[in-house]
Design a binder for this molecule. Structure first.
Ligand code: SF4
Length: 171
């Protein structure tokens, strides 16, 4: 079971700031998203998403937050996500779960909480020029944050990480 208490709030705030920095760098490069949904259909397109422990803890905290919490009040109203209830136990009740449980009708329903790899991956061919370098640079900083906060470093496949959140105690 994932131990969310191992990732302190101060650390998660730094992770959220880092992800906002990533978003700004990506926006400046103006990649094209055609909403094809390819990025989240791992089996169909032969790629895998990996996340660190801190990203997983932040994801869990943001999804737990009720819509009127401080986390959501701090968002501009137009970016507040519709939050369909996705049951992780139901998703994992399948023998071979495919894709991501948060992708619905080709769109991500967890955009504000999504991890680094989700933000950087685009199927726009021009992005291959910078995707890897950007990922490595910010992943190195995430690794360093684990060290600075003496938090356990984990690097796990996305669905394995989500599965570990089931029954994990809230932060
Ligand atoms: S969290 Fe969102 S962007 Fe990331 S894999 Fe799931 S649906 Fe795709």
């Amino acid at each position: 079971m994932f131990d969310r208490s191992a990732y302190p709030q101060a650390m998660l705030a730094e992770v959220a700031a880092l992800l906002a920095e990533v978003d700004a760098e990506i926006a400046a490069r103006q990649p094209v998203c055609r909403a094809s949904g390819k990025c989240c259909k791992f089996e169909e397109y032969g790629h895998r998403l990996y996340v660190t422990g801190a990203e997983l803890a932040l994801f869990a905290r943001q999804l737990d937050a009720p819509p009127d919490s401080a986390t959501h009040r701090s968002m501009p109203i137009q970016t507040a996500p519709p939050r369909p209830m996705v049951s992780l136990p139901q998703f994992f009740s399948s023998d071979a779960p495919r894709g991501c449980p948060y992708q619905i009708d080709g769109l991500c329903t967890a955009r504000e909480a999504r991890p680094l790899g989700c933000r950087i991956y685009f199927c726009d061919e021009r992005t291959t020029l910078w995707q890897n370098d950007l990922y490595e640079r910010f992943h190195t900083r995430l690794t360093e944050l684990h060290q600075q906060h003496a938090a356990p470093y984990a690097y796990v496949e996305w669905r394995a990480g989500l599965r570990s959140l089931i029954d994990a105690a809230p932060i």
